[in-house]
Design a protein around this ligand. Structure first.
Ligand code: SF4
Ligand code: SF4
Length: 455
């Protein structure tokens, strides 16, 4: 976090109680070297964000930092029905080396420059305790319990969908899985706040030990997440508990048999039945976390979105539309370099939305950082620490070493940009930003137009 303006603290009118909506802290994430706080802020009296800053104060009102909200916020503009609020998001990265030794609380305010007022952002996370950030463990672990290309769907733009027919699947059994998790806990690489995601471009329900793995995680009091194409109806017994399941994602390429024939290759009716059955079964066993449909918007599935959205509402789950994309690093790099083979480019022109990429890249905030570099640790089915979710074994610098031979410091070092050619290339091409940032706002614009076309 960098101080950006001179502010005379003695002249600020601090307002710690008010009823207007002036902002929100949407999240706080701890990672080995720094922590990140993000949210939005507006002037509640004028409904704009142009003359606003976000200020961070210590308990004794020492100004720690200031941030200017200037990132896209279409959702906030929609919520307040006010187009002026389309750039009021902010994001702050705080290096751990800058933390004071004494644990204290940080207070976050929306500062109205014109009137010299600081309005406290009232919500449960506006007061941040430094003690929360003493741990250096990774907040997110992606662990493949099925081998790379371990998916039974046929999605053309995903390396797993392209390669799964030519490879024999291998699985991580529960004994190996628990050994790796226990090692990471013992060595401070993860902790009990880490989200353990049981997939990385693979279908976790294909693993024969899936239920045993979930039982182990639940008994250990750990948080875990699943993303599935719902082709397998993985149900649990009455005695099982799923209260550690923090997230359950159903990935859908459209909402018709025609869309499923083009991509996943499954029976569409069966998928809907499976989703209903899985949700009912998991909720009955204590699942109380985030359930969502990740809806891939292809050209042909755009018009099916409304039906998918109604289906999600009927199940009381979220739907998250995003543009389907090239998710193989090498393919995306070739596309951005203008070197993609003609037949692949032709197919992309008929299936994908790519028009927004160049403009979105221009909006990259210089402070934005690649989440897999800073927050994620990714492990393949053999237990090898690998670069990240969008790279694969065809990329340089992909493998590090077996997790059972790694210390936290070695992993942090492996993930430094300076030590990786592929990360340097990736950032140069903005691939990290395309894949990991919220640039899919154009998708919401298209869907909005579909609902109410311009007259
Ligand atoms: S369902 Fe997901 S992991 Fe499987 S092939 Fe399709 S995009 Fe890849
Ligand atoms: S910079 Fe690119 S290659 Fe490196 S971790 Fe991030 S997404 Fe992966």
């Amino acid at each position: 976090m960098v101080r950006q303006i001179e502010i005379d603290i003695n002249k600020i009118d601090f307002i710690d109680e008010h009823c207007e909506v002036n902002g929100h802290v949407d999240g706080i994430q701890n990672s080995p070297c720094e922590f990140k706080i993000w949210g939005w802020a507006i002037n509640p009296y004028r409904k704009n964000s142009k003359s606003v800053k976000v200020l961070f104060f210590s308990e004794n009102k020492e100004l720690l930092a200031s941030i200017t909200p200037d990132s896209p916020s279409l959702d906030v503009a929609e919520h307040f029905n006010c187009d002026q609020l389309n750039e009021c998001r902010w994001e702050a990265y705080v290096p751990k080396s800058s933390l004071p030794a004494r644990d204290q609380t940080i207070f976050i305010y929306t500062y109205l420059i014109d009137s010299n007022k600081a309005l406290i952002i009232k919500n449960q996370t506006s007061k941040v305790t430094l003690a929360m950030f003493r741990s250096n463990a990774y907040p997110i672990l992606y662990i493949d319990i099925v081998s790379a290309s371990g998916c039974n769907a046929n999605c053309y733009w995903c390396p797993s969908g392209c390669n799964n027919k030519s490879k024999t699947l291998t699985f991580m059994n529960c004994k190996d899985f628990s050994e790796k998790i226990n090692y990471m806990l013992d060595n401070g690489i993860i902790n009990h706040n880490t989200n353990i995601e049981l997939y990385d471009w693979s279908e976790p329900f294909l693993n024969k030990d899936f239920k045993k793995i979930v039982r182990f995680l639940n008994e250990s009091g750990l948080r875990y997440g699943v993303s599935t194409n719902a082709s397998i109806r993985m149900l649990f017994e009455r005695s099982d508990k799923l209260d550690g399941l923090h997230q359950l994602i159903f990935s859908m390429p459209g909402f018709s048999q025609a869309s499923y024939d083009r991509h996943h290759g499954f029976n569409f009716g069966e998928i809907l039945t499976n989703i209903r059955a899985i949700l009912e079964n998991y909720r009955a066993r204590g699942f109380n976390g985030r359930a969502a449909i990740n809806y891939q918007v292809y050209q042909h599935s755009l018009e099916e979105y409304e039906a998918a959205s109604n289906f999600a509402s009927s199940l009381n789950i979220i739907i998250n539309p995003y543009f389907a994309s090239m998710v193989d690093y090498n393919v995306l790099e070739k596309y951005l370099d203008g070197k993609l083979e003609t037949e692949i480019l032709y197919r992309a022109s008929k299936e994908l939305f790519l028009y927004f990429l160049q403009d979105a890249i221009k909006k990259r905030n210089p402070c934005w950082k690649c989440p897999p570099l800073n927050n994620h640790i990714t492990i393949d089915v053999r237990g090898m620490v690998v670069r990240c979710c969008i790279t694969n074994s065809n990329c340089s610098d992909y493998y590090f070493k077996n997790i059972l031979e790694c210390s936290l410091e070695e992993i942090i070092n492996f993930k430094r940009v300076a030590n990786s050619d592929i990360c340097k290339r990736c950032i140069q091409h903005n691939i990290d930003f395309i894949v990991n940032s919220e640039i899919h706002v154009s998708c919401h614009c298209l869907l909005r137009m579909l609902r109410s076309p311009p007259s």
